[in-house]
Design a protein. Structure first.
Length: 141
């Protein structure tokens, strides 16, 4: 499992407005250029979408847990890189802000990539959470 977390001064509702809406992910996750809705369901458990990376690579996902404003989990349905992957965002009230915890459980298609991923992914997760913090600060202005 890969995990990163950050504490931001904004409340959970404000953080959720960005983290809980897949369409907002391109604002702070640099691996996503856009999200294409694939579901006519309202946003929640069962909702499906496709992420498009800046490179054009696509990955389909489905929301598996949706508990505003504290928990969003989804699993990849189709990915060239992963056999399976589950991602989770947990938002915890700290009294003076929100702790954002991002965790990923994954099974790579090519095990030889695991050492590289273990080195690069924690930095990428932390960087994305820093971008999230910057976006939240921009929204607060």
């Amino acid at each position: 499992m890969l995990k990163s977390e950050i504490v931001v001064p904004q409340g959970r509702e404000q953080v959720w407005s960005i983290v809980g809406d897949p369409a907002q992910s391109s604002r702070w996750d640099r691996s996503i250029a856009r999200v294409i809705p694939e579901s006519s369901l309202p946003l929640g458990v069962g909702w499906r979408g496709t992420t498009v990376a800046p490179s054009g690579m696509r990955q389909q996902f489905q929301i598996t847990e949706y508990q505003p404003p504290e928990l969003l989990s989804f699993k990849l349905l189709e990915s060239k890189m992963f056999r399976s992957a589950s991602l989770r965002f947990t938002l915890l009230d700290t009294g003076s802000g929100t702790r954002v915890i991002h965790s990923i459980e994954l099974d790579l298609r090519h095990r030889i990539l695991w050492p590289i991923l273990r080195i690069l992914s924690p930095r990428a997760l932390a960087r994305d959470l820093d971008y999230l913090k910057d976006e939240l600060a921009r929204d607060a202005r």
